[in-house]
Design a binder for this molecule. Structure first.
Ligand SMILES: NC(=O)c1ccc[n+]([C@@H]2O[C@H](COP(=O)([O-])OP(=O)(O)OC[C@H]3O[C@@H](n4cnc5c(N)ncnc54)[C@H](O)[C@@H]3O)[C@@H](O)[C@H]2O)c1
Length: 398
């Protein structure tokens, strides 16, 4: 009898000890997983076009820079706790059948991407998944984007992939005019608990009805947007020149900003119907500085295929100075378009990760004003940069 009780007790004890060791192993595995993830930023990208290629290339280009080194195109090599090399690209979403099913490190070189190769990119395990097409592809872009046929390829569930790949942040680089598709991606972020960086002029972070900002806030997720402002592009140059004239007491009477380029971003915007929000975003970025209405024309003006990823911008500002005497400034800016926004996006991604770490939810005001053409609040550029520095230090919440 006593022997039987002893045997039973020993059996229970064995099971108990086995369960404890099993739990210990799970806890150790989880801790290792957490440690390797800590300090890393898991990034997913919607639209693996030229901007995405430059973003991925730039992350590797600067991966060995010293933390305090000044490099072109980044606010800091180490931004808060995050070095450039802490970005990991874990998933991308595309409609291009040459890119779908490939590793991100292979897909960025596929046509029609045409931004220059400025960095060797080692193997990235993150894969390219078939995205829902929605309004991402205008009828005239089906061929250029090598768009898949819906009868042959089935699109994935975006939120599911974001969860599976443990993405922290989704960057939206869809074509201009992807209103519905952008909303689908924003909602997927909310469903999968992922922060959102909106590189395009669909008004999510600056949504005038505040519906989207409220949704992100309610879910405890930060967002930044809308429409990325390039490092030195047409928008910031136009803003700086307008501000210079206004600060020096010049009355601005009229201004234009005409842009031409040869990449698919420009090809997509060949039709006025496609670029409505781009015109609003670019125009408001400049007119928001003016004390009164000024005749203004701003926007993409033509697609010149042989320019490829080169963009040319023509600026004119006409006004009057002392004694109503005329003054006019004309400028031509020529840039390689896509890398111009990539460094800015690397800073945005790191600001969003800091916000995630600090449980800051809703629009990041400082970063949105600094890095986007159509933020929730327009702030002069130098002041916006100061505010981003204050955000990094933790002096201001957002
Ligand atoms: N400096 C800049 O280049 C700059 C500045 C501000 C804003 N932007 C904006 O960033 C966006 C990306 O620019 P880009 O030059 O990389 O354009 P791109 O044409 O090279 O890339 C867009 C990519 O989106 C893919 N796509 C189309 N529909 C899709 C869908 N439904 N789902 C997933 N992918 C889809 C296309 O196949 C293409 O690869 C554009 O909206 C552009 O206006 C760029």
């Amino acid at each position: 009898m006593f022997r039987k009780v002893l045997e039973k007790t020993l059996a229970v004890l064995k099971i108990y000890l086995f369960a404890i060791s099993f739990l210990k192993i799970i806890v150790i595995i989880k801790l290792i997983e957490l440690k390797t993830r800590m300090g890393k930023i898991r990034v997913a990208i919607a639209g693996l076009g030229n901007c995405a290629s430059a973003l991925v290339q730039g992350t590797h280009y600067y991966r060995n820079e010293k933390e305090d080194q000044r490099v072109p195109g980044l606010m800091h090599v180490k931004f808060g706790d995050y070095h450039v090399r802490d970005l990991e690209f874990v998933a991308a979403f595309e409609v291009n059948q040459e890119k779908i099913g490939k590793k991100i490190s292979d897909a960025i070189w596929m046509p029609p991407n045409c931004t220059p190769k400025f960095s060797e990119v080692p193997e990235i395990k993150g894969m390219v998944y078939p995205s829902p097409i929605l309004d991402g592809v205008a009828p005239h872009m089906r061929e250029s984007f090598h768009c898949y046929s819906e009868s042959e390829i089935k699109s994935i569930n975006i939120a599911e992939i974001l969860r599976e790949t443990k993405s922290d942040i989704l960057v939206n680089f869809l074509p201009v005019g992807s209103e519905e598709a952008t909303q689908v991606y924003a909602q997927a972020c909310i469903d999968a608990d992922v922060a959102f960086a909106n590189g395009i002029p669909t008004f999510i972070v600056s949504d005038p009805s505040k519906e989207w900002p409220k949704k992100f806030e309610a879910k405890g997720l930060p967002c930044a947007g809308d429409d990325i402002k390039s490092q030195v592009g047409a928008t910031i140059l136009h803003r700086v020149l307008a501000k210079l004239m206004l600060d020096r007491g010049v009355e601005i009477d009229k201004t234009y900003q005409l842009n031409v380029g040869g990449n698919t971003d420009f090809e997509n915007m060949k039709f006025e119907s496609r670029l409505k929000t781009k015109r609003i975003s670019k125009t408001e970025a400049v007119t928001s500085l003016m004390p009164h209405d000024v005749p203004t024309r701003i926007g993409p003006s033509d697609y010149v295929p042989f320019l490829e990823d080169r963009k040319i911008c023509y600026l004119l500002l006409e006004g009057r100075k002392f004694g109503d005497q005329p003054l006019s400034i004309e400028v031509k800016l020529s840039v390689i378009d896509s890398p111009n926004s990539a460094g800015v996006m690397i800073d945005v991604i790191r600001a969003l990760k800091i916000a995630l770490d600090r449980n800051v939810a809703g629009p990041l005001i400082s970063m949105s004003s600094y890095a986007f053409k159509h933020p929730p609040v327009q702030i002069p550029d130098f002041e916006a940069r100061e505010r981003v520095e204050a955000f990094i230090r933790g002096d201001i919440e957002r």
